[in-house]
Design a protein around this ligand. Structure first.
Ligand code: ZN
Ligand code: ZN
Length: 280
């Protein structure tokens, strides 16, 4: 199934080949991801009400395996041997959606910062998907924030599923879904219907549309579907619906650059006798 979807995406979007190669590697890594399952942290019970599950989490990974994994992805795309970028620190920055942190790691390594940001997000995907599976029972039943209750990212898509067209937001990183029943802007909480609208292709299929907010100029893609997408399929669907992004961008709408919630989580490594290099 994954293989078929990837092959289809390659035919439809040959320009995204480099990105698809990274995604394929990340999904494979996620499939046989016993090491990542072992890294799923216990959740802090004393976190603030609006903090996602991974907020302030301490995640311990197998340092050697994690560095090897990150290096493999860096080689694929950044044409860098990856030895000058700290793989564990990159996982941490990507987990926390800390683009400035990623840029600091990239500076001096001679790699393309944009490429390293993409590598970072793909590198942390197996860990986040493992957390999505392992921590699913702990996701709060009611969650009113626009960002992911598990990892703090903005949703990639709003799914309208079933006969009653229940609106569920989906995270492209950990795959978590959370329901926000009413039409409300996920980025700025606008609920005045005068300021919210849909973009739909004229005369085209009505199963896909874009929810836009005229208060913050944010947009979110939306799809009507029989059943919720599998966690691994969300990013592939995101790629296949780029024409919706183009339509929104052309009309002046944007996805916010700031993360939904800055996690302040740590990625630590075991082994090495308990020593770790700390950045000042
Ligand atoms: Zn998430
Ligand atoms: Zn808004």
């Amino acid at each position: 199934m994954i293989e078929q979807r990837l092959a289809h995406a390659r035919r439809e979007t040959p320009e995204a080949e480099a990105w698809l190669e990274l995604l394929e590697a990340a999904l494979e890594q996620s499939e046989d991801g016993a090491a990542w399952e072992a890294a799923v942290p216990t959740v802090a019970t004393d976190r603030p009400v609006k903090a996602p599950l991974l907020s302030c989490a301490h995640i311990t990974v197998d340092g050697r395996a994690a560095r090897g994994w990150v290096r493999r992805l860096l080689k694929l795309v950044a044409h860098d041997n990856g030895r000058r970028i700290d793989g564990v620190a990159l996982l941490e920055a990507a987990l926390c959606l800390d683009d400035a942190g990623i840029d600091r790691l990239t500076a001096g390594a001679g790699a393309d910062p944009q490429a390293v940001r993409v590598v970072g997000q793909m590198a942390v995907l197996p860990l986040l998907q493992a957390c999505g599976r392992g921590l699913a029972p702990e996701v709060p039943v009611t969650w009113w924030e626009g960002y992911c209750p598990l990892c703090g990212a903005w949703p990639v898509v709003a799914e309208y599923t079933g006969l009653e067209r229940k609106r569920q937001l989906r995270c492209g990183r950990c795959g978590t879904g959370w329901a926000i029943p009413l039409l409300r802007c996920v980025f700025c909480d606008e609920i005045q219907h005068d300021n919210l609208a849909y973009l739909t292709p004229e005369g085209g299929e009505q199963t896909r549309k874009v929810e836009v907010c005229n208060t913050c100029q944010g947009y979110l893609k939306a799809v009507t579907t029989v059943r919720a997408a599998a966690p691994w399929a969300i990013l592939l669907d995101d790629l296949m619906t780029v024409p919706l992004d183009v339509a929104a961008l052309e009309r002046g709408y944007r996805r916010p650059e700031r993360p939904g919630y800055a996690l302040a989580a740590r990625v630590l490594e075991d082994g090495g006798g308990g020593w770790r290099m700390w950045r000042p």
